[in-house]
Design a protein around this ligand. Structure first.
Ligand SMILES: [Zn+2]
Length: 180
């Protein structure tokens, strides 16, 4: 059963039916799924989700789609030892205070499958900060979330973001591959 009421613009509140759109036609803000929380109460719970299949479809009640396709990406599970190793490498390169642990979130990427084969290749995903410290602090102060990278309002500090991302990736790879 779906508890989805429709889509609602995060910026101006404009509502529209569920359809393959993600940008508001009134203000270009991002659409978010609107749920019937009253109906969900007591029915969609941690337990009901835990009982579901070990795939994306355990979240079926929260998805704005009507049918199961059987297609789903697996969650990224960071390998603990690899993560610790890369964190140390990045802290040395970027500075102790510039590498932060974030609360875990449920997310899927194509490469998550590599960690699930018989070889169990260790995998690791890190996020790259993309806005100035000023913007970051302002968002923390106001509690207003910064636009995600899928938002039309995503505006990274491009030069510094690319430089830091390349530096972090290359440094980690060189260390892991045993070259200096
Ligand atoms: Zn809007």
């Amino acid at each position: 059963m779906s508890y989805v009421l429709g889509l609602k613009c995060k910026e101006c509140g404009h509502r529209t039916a569920v359809s393959p759109v993600h940008v508001c036609e009134q203000c270009f803000g991002p659409y978010e799924v609107e749920y019937d929380y009253a109906k969900m109460k007591g029915k969609v719970t941690r337990e009901s989700i835990a009982r579901g299949p070990k795939s994306l479809w355990r979240y079926k009640d929260l998805l704005p789609v009507a049918t199961e396709t059987g297609e789903a990406g697996s969650a990224v599970v960071n390998d603990a030892a690899l993560t610790q190793r890369v964190v140390e490498i990045l802290k040395k390169k970027l500075g102790e205070n510039n590498v932060l642990a974030k609360k875990p979130v449920m997310g899927s990427e194509d490469f998550s499958e590599y960690g699930r084969t018989a070889e169990k290749d260790p995998i690791f995903l890190f996020w790259l900060g993309a806005v100035s410290e000023e913007k970051w602090r302002e968002a923390e102060r106001s509690g207003k979330a910064l636009p995600s990278l899928h938002s039309p309002f995503f505006a990274p500090d491009a030069d510094r973001t690319i430089k830091t991302g390349v530096e972090a990736t290359v440094t980690a790879c060189m260390e892991l591959l045993g070259r200096r």
